[in-house]
Design a binder for this molecule. Structure first.
Ligand code: CUA
Length: 153
């Protein structure tokens, strides 16, 4: 009788344990790999650093600039940014609505932007020229038009 009770208890514990592992795996699988922090998607424009999208010089960090980007269907803010050649830049990006992609064509910068998450990537712009930021996650009818420009000068 006791054995039966222990068996039930053991199986229940196992089921609970597996559910927890499963839920965790699901959540981690859901979180974009570049995500470093959380943000309320409905309050992005009131949340630092997204109050001031654009390129900002920073001091005392491992990078020279921070490039703050807000994505929303179907554009990036800012739509155009100039970066000095050789600058080490930390890109800090999020989305106000749905999942968007953030790819700088011709580079290895490729992030997924998910509502609620802040994605980050540190890179150095060593080549002058114009680079296209494109959204590479389908986000709706205007997806193919969603882009921005980086000018490295
Ligand atoms: Cu944004 Cu596709």
């Amino acid at each position: 009788r006791y054995e039966k009770w222990w068996l039930t208890f053991g199986i229940s514990a196992l089921i609970i344990f597996l559910s927890i592992v499963g839920i965790q795996a699901f959540h981690q699988g859901h979180k974009p790999p570049s995500a470093k922090a959380f943000v309320d998607p409905e309050r992005v424009s009131e949340t630092e650093p997204f109050t001031k999208p654009g390129l900002h010089k920073v001091q005392g960090k491992d990078w020279d600039y921070e490039l703050v980007i807000v994505a929303a269907a179907f554009s990036f803010t800012p739509g155009e940014v100039e970066i000095p050649k050789g600058a080490k830049v930390k890109i800090i990006a999020t989305t106000r609505d749905v999942v968007h992609g953030f790819e700088i064509a011709g580079t290895n910068v490729n992030m997924m932007l998910e509502p609620g998450y802040i994605s980050e990537y540190v890179t150095t712009f060593n080549k002058t020229g114009e680079f296209l930021i494109i959204c590479n996650e389908y986000c709706g009818t205007g997806h193919h038009m969603m882009s921005a420009r980086i000018k490295v000068v």
